[in-house]
Design a protein around this ligand. Structure first.
Ligand SMILES: NC(=O)c1ccc[n+]([C@@H]2O[C@H](COP(=O)([O-])OP(=O)(O)OC[C@H]3O[C@@H](n4cnc5c(N)ncnc54)[C@H](O)[C@@H]3O)[C@@H](O)[C@H]2O)c1
Length: 304
C-alpha cells in the first residue's frame, strides 16, 4: 500500500495510538505532521519517524481552538505541499460520575475531543475542497461512546458525538470524494493504564511482553501498533468507497459497530398518551437495549 504522494496530519501523535498511526502512515510513504501539547514528546516522535526514513515535522499546540487547526493544515501545505488525510486522535480523560463532574472537566474533555475534532476536520475539508482531489477524514471514537461507560460522562458524550458528526460528514462530503470514518480502538497505552479494569493486565504484560488471548481476542485490546494498520488502510486509495463507518479495532480483532436502528415499532392511531404507552410497554420492553461494555467474567473477577 503506497501513500508516498500523500500528506497527513495526526493530532495527539507524540505518543500512544497517535504515534503508532503516524509511524504506520510514514512507513507507507506518507509525509506526516505530528501534533502534541507536549514539546518533548512531539520532538521525540519526529526523531523516531525520521530515523525510520519518514518525512515529518511537529506542531506543538493544543487541539481545540480553530487557530491550532489552521496551523496544522498550513504546516502540512507549507512543508509538504498539500493535505490528504486528517486523523483526529488527540484526547484526554477527566473521569468521574456525573454528580462529581465539574464544568472544568466537562469543558476540558469536550474542547480536546469534540471541538478539536470539529475544528480540525473543518480546516481539512476547506483544504480538500480547494485542492479538488478528495481526501480522508479519520476520527477516533471509543467503545465508551458507543455503549456508555460508568464514570465517563464527559468522555462518552464527546466520543458518541464524534461518531455522530462522522455520519453527517460522510453524507455532506461524498460529492467531493472525501470519505469520513470513525475508528474506535482499544490498546494498552498511558490512557488505558489508568483504568482499573485494564491496569493489572497491562502491568503484567509489561513484564511478560505479551497480552493474554482474553484481552487480545475477547475484548480486542492489544498494542498501539495493532490498531495502526486500519488508519493506513482507510487513508489509502483502496478505501476510496468506504465512508460513514465506525470501525472497532484492537488486538487480534476488527469489527464494524452497528448504527442505531428503530426496533419494537408499534403504532397507535391519533398518537400515544401516557396511559397508552404504559399499556404498550410490556411489548416494547422485550426490545430494551443493554448499556455499557460487556466484559468477560475472567476480567472483572465475576462481576460486570
Ligand atoms: N487507549 C485506548 O484503549 C483507547 C480506547 C478508545 C479510544 N481511545 C482514543 O484514542 C486516542 C489516543 O489515545 P491514547 O490511548 O493513545 O492516549 P495517550 O494519552 O497515550 O495519548 C494522547 C496524546 O494526546 C496528547 N494530547 C492531549 N491533549 C492534547 C491537545 N489538546 N492537543 C494535542 N495533543 C493533545 C497527549 O499529550 C498525548 O501525547 C484518544 O482520542 C483516546 O480517547 C483510546
Amino acid at each position: 500500500m503506497d501513500l508516498s504522494n500523500k500528506v497527513a496530519v495526526v493530532t495527539g501523535s507524540g505518543r500512544g495510538l497517535g504515534l503508532a498511526y503516524a509511524k504506520d502512515l510514514a512507513r507507507h510513504g506518507a509525509a506526516v505532521v505530528i501534533n502534541d501539547v507536549d514539546k518533548e514528546t512531539a520532538d521525540k516522535a519526529v526523531a523516531e519517524i525520521r530515523a525510520l526514513g519518514g518525512r515529518t515535522v511537529a506542531v506543538v499546540a493544543p487541539v481545540g481552538p480553530t487557530e491550532t487547526a489552521q496551523q496544522l493544515v498550513a504546516t502540512a501545505v507549507e512543508e509538504f505541499g498539500r493535505l490528504d488525510i486528517m486523523v483526529t486522535n488527540a484526547g484526554i480523560l477527566r473521569d468521574a460520575v456525573v454528580w462529581k463532574t465539574s464544568d472544568e472537566a466537562f469543558d476540558a474533555v469536550n474542547t480536546v475531543h469534540l471541538r478539536g475534532t470539529f475544528t480540525c476536520v473543518r480546516e481539512a475539508v476547506l483544504r480538500f475542497r480547494a485542492q479538488g482531489a478528495g481526501g480522508r477524514i479519520i476520527c477516533i471514537g471509543s467503545p465508551a461512546g458507543q455503549r456508555g461507560n460508568f464514570g465517563q460522562t464527559s468522555y462518552s458524550g464527546a466520543k458518541a458525538a464524534i461518531v455522530g458528526m462522522v455520519r453527517t460528514w460522510s453524507m455532506e462530503l461524498q460529492r467531493a470524494g472525501i470519505t469520513a470514518n470513525a475508528v474506535c480502538p482499544v490498546a494498552a497505552t498511558a490512557m488505558t493504564e489508568t483504568m482499573p479494569i485494564f491496569r493489572p493486565h497491562i502491568e503484567s504484560a509489561k513484564k511478560t511482553g505479551t497480552l493474554p488471548a482474553l484481552l487480545r481476542r475477547d475484548i480486542g485490546l492489544g498494542t498501539a501498533d495493532d490498531a495502526a494498520g486500519i488508519i493506513t488502510f482507510l487513508a489509502s486509495d483502496e478505501a476510496a468507497d468506504i465512508t460513514g463507518q465506525a470501525f472497532a479495532i484492537g488486538g487480534d480483532r476488527v469489527a464494524l459497530w452497528t448504527h442505531p436502528q428503530l426496533s419494537g415499532i408499534s403504532y397507535h392511531d391519533n398518537g400515544w398518551s401516557a396511559e397508552d404507552l404504559a399499556a404498550e410497554w410490556p411489548n416494547l420492553s422485550e426490545h430494551r437495549e443493554s448499556v455499557g461494555e460487556e466484559f468477560p467474567a475472567e476480567l472483572t473477577g465475576g462481576g460486570k
